[in-house]
Write a protein that binds this ligand. Structure first.
Ligand code: TRP
Length: 419
């Protein structure tokens, strides 16, 4: 009971109490929805979750410290929120080690373009910082939450691993694992799970995750399993006996509850709190009220979609912020804030000037929705096509290479840092 009154825990409960009251946006690991056509109010979310906004000064510092231009996903506010990213920059500056951790819940075979975004960004971070990366596939989580057979969850995880590998990670620096396999092969991982489980009461889990008396006990215990890849001692084959190497977790903001809990318990276990970079959601084709969903193929662009399917889906479903008629559009202009093709271009079109020109010309009414859609289709088709080809080249051997517990390359390698 005394446990429950610690200040850190109070702040956890405070956050969730606010979450339950004021807001109409629903954002948790299982649901994302809002009634607003412009999507979730992300600034409000920062206040509610108690994270920090990625400010221009932080991006500038990133560029100074790394000597790299910031990724467009960072420049455009898609990775909009963080916890302690400044500390990661300090570590890099000093040539001190850290690592990256991200993950995926394998709920379906059909991954879509929205799933790629955090991985594309993570790959870029790995290249910039030259640090190890661990990727967790929570096949156990999906077994607990979805109506799927256990063997099916394992199979989906293996299939998803192939898509993740196809993004182009470096096998010398990347370890991919599924919970079912890893938990039963490396004892240090489960020991950390149990340590976390002892620190969190049912009451706190209810406050953070919204569990209730009818939640199965597997769900209540699961968050510890997503927490522990944040601790370097969970990967002895990578970090040896080093318990204090910090990690940076790039993820969509809906995963933050897991890591609020993780950050809360870490100091009590003598571990470093993970740093985070949070992204907005990749909106559904039908509009930003919800995110892309794998269970509704018409809401998303799938990684196995053909050129023709991509074209049809964008033309048929991508919600338009344009006028109802050409005349009305020319007169009043289009609304980029709700236009899905424009939103997707902000995720995918790298050229800042071109994007800005499109924004201006669409807003003024000079460009029609059809043009935006054509532009988007021309970016998506080669992007998905190239992914399809790389995915075909991934063999069982390649999967083994990434999933075998082994030493990774983690010598701190900022050559300019004073040691
Ligand atoms: N729970 C996440 C999902 O359902 C998967 C996941 C596990 C994850 N560990 C993570 C996502 C770390 C981001 C970062 O998709």
């Amino acid at each position: 009971m005394a446990d429950e009154k610690s200040i850190e825990q109070m702040s956890l409960n405070d956050n969730s109490a606010v979450a339950a009251s004021a807001i109409e946006d629903v954002v948790d690991p299982w649901n994302v929805s809002t009634s607003s056509a412009t999507g979730v109010d992300y600034d409000k979310l920062i206040t509610r979750f108690g994270s920090s906004k990625v400010q221009p000064a932080l991006i500038e510092r990133f560029e100074t410290v790394t000597g790299h231009r910031a990724h467009h996903l960072l420049r455009r506010g898609i990775f909009f929120s963080h916890r302690e990213f400044d500390n990661i920059l300090t570590l890099h500056e000093k040539g001190k080690p850290f690592y990256l951790y991200t993950g995926r819940g394998p709920s379906s075979e059909a991954m879509h373009i929205g799933h790629l975004i955090p991985f594309i960004f993570t790959k870029w971070l790995q290249e910039v910082f030259d640090v190890p990366l661990v990727i967790q596939l929570t096949d156990d989580e999906k077994f607990l939450w979805k109506d799927l057979k256990l063997e099916e969850c394992r199979r989906l995880a293996k299939e998803n691993i192939k898509d993740i590998i196809a993004i182009g990670f470096d096998p010398a620096k990347t370890f991919i694992f599924t919970d079912f396999d890893y938990m039963s092969s490396v004892p240090e991982f489960y020991r950390n799970v149990i340590r976390v489980q002892r620190c969190v009461t049912f009451n706190q889990a209810k406050g953070i995750f919204g569990f209730d008396d009818s939640s199965c006990i597997g769900k209540i215990a699961f968050p510890a399993i997503q927490a522990v890849p944040s601790f370097s001692s969970s990967f002895p084959h990578i970090f040896g006996d080093k318990k204090d190497i910090q990690c940076l977790i790039p993820c969509a903001i809906d995963q933050d509850p897991y890591f609020r809990m993780t950050r809360d318990v870490a100091p009590r276990l003598g571990f470093r709190k993970p740093a985070l970079l949070h992204s907005t959601f990749f909106p559904a084709l039908q509009g930003a009220q919800t995110k892309m969903s794998a269970s509704d193929p018409n809401s998303s662009i799938g990684l196995t979609d053909t050129d023709k399917q991509i074209k049809t889906k964008i033309n048929k479903y991508a919600f338009s912020g344009g006028g109802a008629t050409t005349e009305e559009h020319r007169e009043k202009g289009g609304n980029c804030d709700v236009d899905i093709s424009y939103q997707y271009l902000t995720f995918l079109l790298e050229d800042d000037e071109r994007l800005e020109q499109i924004r201006k010309d669409y807003t003024s009414g000079e460009l029609l929705t059809g043009y935006l859609k054509k532009e988007l289709i021309e970016i998506l088709q080669p992007l998905i096509g190239a992914h399809r080809e790389r995915r075909k080249a991934v063999t069982d051997e390649t999967v083994k290479e990434f999933t075998t517990p082994r030493k990774l390359n983690y010598t701190p390698s900022n050559p300019t840092a004073a040691s």
